[in-house]
Design a protein. Sequence first.
Length: 463
Amino acid sequence: MAGETPRSLRFQRKIALLAGAGMFIDGFDVAVIAVALPGLRQEWNITSGLVSGVVASAVVLGMFFGMMFGGRLVDKFGRRKMYLFDLLGFVVFALAAALTQNVWQLIAARFMLGLFIGADYPISSSVTAEFTSPKRRGGYIIFMSLLWQLGAFTAYVTGIVLMQVGDSAWRWMLAVGALLAVIVIIMRHSMPESPRWLRAQGRDAEADAIERQVFEEHDLVINSGSGVKPASASKGQWRELFSPLMIRATVFCSVFWFAFAVSFYGIQMYTPTILGPFTEGRPELAFLGAALIAALGVVGAGIGMFTVERWGRRRQMIWCFVGMVIALVVLALWQDPTLTFLIVFLSITILLANLGPGVLNMVYPNEMFPTRLRGTGVGFAGSVSRIGSILGVLVFPVLVDSWGMANATWLFAGVAIIGLATAVALAPETKGRSMEELEELANNGWRDESGERVVYGNFRKGA
């Protein structure tokens, strides 16, 4: 891409906003169960921590399959078709969840909703990466993550507002997601197909036509003909992710995203429940504390959007993992915490998680996999992260019941250390590189022209 004018910047902002609107709903629908759970537990007399964990993790389990298969589908059928179809599932199953009559119906509806939420990750992030310029790509992809966090925060605010409705409040909380999805479907209708995806399918004439249209209407030059190789029958499939040239990207993106997801989802999905025993019988304090923690998550993503093109991806991820490890170890060592102490250190953890791995989980996979594998790679890494989410959501409350809050936090600290070690060993610096250069690097196994592993430096000049 080259040449930025006011029209081209407006178009790129529109692309990021349309993609981010879907992520906003993702964040809302995932987090809203945290504020709905206390009410539905009371209505249906759910006393088992395991059943509560299954209710909370059903959407995450659905996301596991949605990311894995959705990523493959977006590489096979195109960005635009999946971009629109995916949101229909949000509408149907958010409404279904709100109308369920027992816990198993709710689990099924939330699982189905998770399928479509998971699919939206590789769809939206691929579109943003393929339509934005190198110097803005990282910021725009992180903007999507910022809107995810804002969606999660909105879920907590919605919960506080709807608490006044009474026993049925949790149903209204779940139904709001369907209304949001209808609005975004209307907004996304004007989105063109990605020329890079068309080029990878050998549909050069259609790619040329869209590139001309985008340039004439928005002054944006997309050089999709450079570096994009058409996918053959043996390429662009899951098994290629484990080929010698792709294994570094696959392992790095999967492991660091997994490490982030364990801590983030374990805390975010249970924040009111974690804080509840420390509120001295005032449940509104748990919701306010949860909203504050979620708000600082938004702040972290907002800071990350502006620093990623200044600090660089690698440095930002490593130092945020360091901070997370320190905060989590302090939480684990403090055996008798107060409400204020918990809110402060959980806030620090979530802020750093969203400043580093929680926003770079959208950036790195889109930059490290080639066009023919971008959706598949993002989807696979994301599906591995859902295993971490399920581990955090299912195992953490059981550990809290058995060991207490402080001791259970060692789970998060240990996994964060794994994430840190993986980032130090495998994270390359991708800041400022064009999609064409990233395509070449990906197809070269992230090695420079002399065969050395790329960590820092300019690929074309050697690392």
